[in-house]
Design a protein around this ligand. Structure first.
Ligand SMILES: C[S@@+](CC[C@H](N)C(=O)[O-])C[C@H]1O[C@@H](n2cnc3c(N)ncnc32)[C@H](O)[C@@H]1O
Length: 253
């Protein structure tokens, strides 16, 4: 079984992000008005539009497969020379420069599975923030009822049509460990041709540590940040009991 991010083509086909997230981070980057660093940039879904808009952006990711795909897309879009794509770990990076905005979109912070790892990442982020710089991120809001519905079940997340007409179905099997706040996801991509015959089936795995909103506030505070903006959607609606996403901007204390 491989890591889910070994399947960068299927990632791009099936992961289109959250409603309005690219526009939101673009706006944050423009307001920051300086260099931007995306941690967990993946295939460049957000990094590359920023580069296209002329924003000086660096993307860092653990997965070379995802970065290779980001590089190929950067070349296709003609921004390969203006974007910096680096293999690295958000828990331990030292880039020798500071940024007006450091961002972790699309819940990538949840890939850090222990509090010590989260704290290491936050220490690195703080070190790389320019004076007055901002740290922007988003995570999903854990819902107990949703956990109960999903636990140890196979769920069809969607079907997606490839350019050659093949169809890819994406299935998740999730097992929760509520003591450790972990969601262990086995993700299966099933590819079928126009005749409906399955031609490929790949399985990847990833684990997330879900984080409660108050916990995240405490974590940021403990690591030298204060939350300066908080939203429940990328249209900047207020965060409240009905919100399924927590979107935060923090600054050094
Ligand atoms: C959900 S994807 C998000 C990709 C991209 N930001 C987007 O919005 O499409 C999470 C990414 O985080 C990366 N990642 C996971 N752990 C990481 C770490 N410790 N340091 C850097 N990147 C990491 C994965 O390789 C993957 O590309």
């Amino acid at each position: 079984m491989s890591n889910m991010y070994d399947w960068a083509d299927y990632y791009d086909l099936t992961q289109r992000g959250l409603n309005g997230d690219v526009e939101y981070y673009m706006d944050q980057a423009k307001q920051a008005g300086g260099k931007v660093l995306e941690l967990g940039c993946g295939t460049g879904r957000i990094t590359l539009p920023l580069a296209q808009a002329g924003i000086p952006v660096t993307g860092l990711d653990l997965s070379q497969t995802m970065l290779d795909r980001a590089k190929a897309k950067a070349e296709e879009l003609g921004v390969a020379d203006s974007v910096r794509l680096l293999q690295g770990d958000m828990r331990s990076f030292d880039l020798g420069e500071t940024y007006s905005l450091i961002m972790i979109p699309f819940r990538s912070f949840l890939h850090l599975l222990h509090i010590q790892e989260q704290m290491k990442a936050l220490a690195c982020i703080r070190k790389h923030l320019a004076p007055g710089g901002k740290f922007a991120m988003n995570v999903f809001v854990p819902k107990i009822q949703h956990f109960n519905e999903e636990n140890e079940k196979m769920s069809l997340r969607g079907t997606h049509r490839m350019e050659n007409g093949d169809e890819v179905a994406m299935w998740d099997y999730t097992r929760y460990d509520h003591f450790q706040q972990l969601a262990e996801v086995t993700r299966i991509y099933e590819r079928s041709n126009a005749a409906g015959v399955m031609t490929e089936r790949v399985t990847g795995r990833f684990t997330l540590r879900y984080i409660f909103p108050t916990e995240l506030h405490h974590l940021l505070r403990l690591n030298g940040f204060k939350v300066t903006q908080r939203y429940g959607s990328f249209a900047k609606t207020a965060f409240d009991a009905s919100s399924s996403e927590l979107i935060l901007v923090a600054e050094a204390l």
